[in-house]
Design a protein around this ligand. Structure first.
Ligand code: URA
Length: 189
């Protein structure tokens, strides 16, 4: 079934993944499989839950066999994503992986080059900060990528204007980077 998106329709932070997979197609909800569980863990590590953000994908339907999205499929769905950005008006759009990053930046640069670097962008007539990160599915099997993803996620609260404790200020220790062991709780690695 079509997977439109889910979360807070007034969110400051929108996540854009690639396309629904098997579990998303079954439930109609984005990121409910293993990659989604990792996304939940990453959000939890920065004090957010999926109810605080809006989550959607470049494609609104599952490509057969989970193959990569095709250019004509991306083109067919682009207007829906633009409309979602227009309606939600997020301050930050966090693109998950190559497909979302290339579409939203309008540039061919791959996620390995651009992850963790915020850029001013415009989509759906809305000025946003685009913040590309690795796709959680890629980090499911590569621990170094998970650490990078956690480090990039740690920058999100400041980007959406949430107060983050000063580095030098003694306070309740809130780790900037949640423990990689969170991955173990998910049974990863
Ligand atoms: N689930 C989604 O909804 N999107 C992805 O990109 C991967 C898994």
């Amino acid at each position: 079934m079509a997977v439109v998106g889910a979360g807070d329709p007034n969110a400051e932070l929108m996540f854009v993944g690639e396309a629904p997979g098997f579990n998303e197609d079954r439930t109609g909800l984005p990121f409910v499989g293993q990659a989604g569980k990792l996304l939940d863990t990453l959000l939890d590590g920065i004090g957010l839950s999926r109810d605080d953000v809006f989550i959607t994908n470049v494609l609104k339907c599952r490509p057969p066999g989970n193959r990569d999205p095709r250019p004509e499929e991306i083109a067919a769905c682009e207007g829906f994503l633009a409309e979602q950005v227009t309606l939600v008006r997020p301050r930050v759009v966090c693109s998950l992986g190559n497909f979302a990053t290339k579409l939203l930046s309008g540039r061919p640069d791959g996620i390995s080059q651009v992850h963790g670097q915020e850029v001013d962008a415009e989509f759906g007539g809305v000025a946003v900060k685009l913040f590309p990160v690795f796709h959680p599915a890629a980090a499911l099997y590569t621990r170094t990528m998970l650490v990078t993803l956690q480090e990039d996620f740690a920058r999100l609260p400041a980007l959406i204007g949430l107060s983050v404790p000063d580095a030098g200020t003694p306070s309740e220790p809130v780790p900037a980077v949640p423990p990689v062991d969170a991955a173990d709780q998910l049974g990863l690695f």
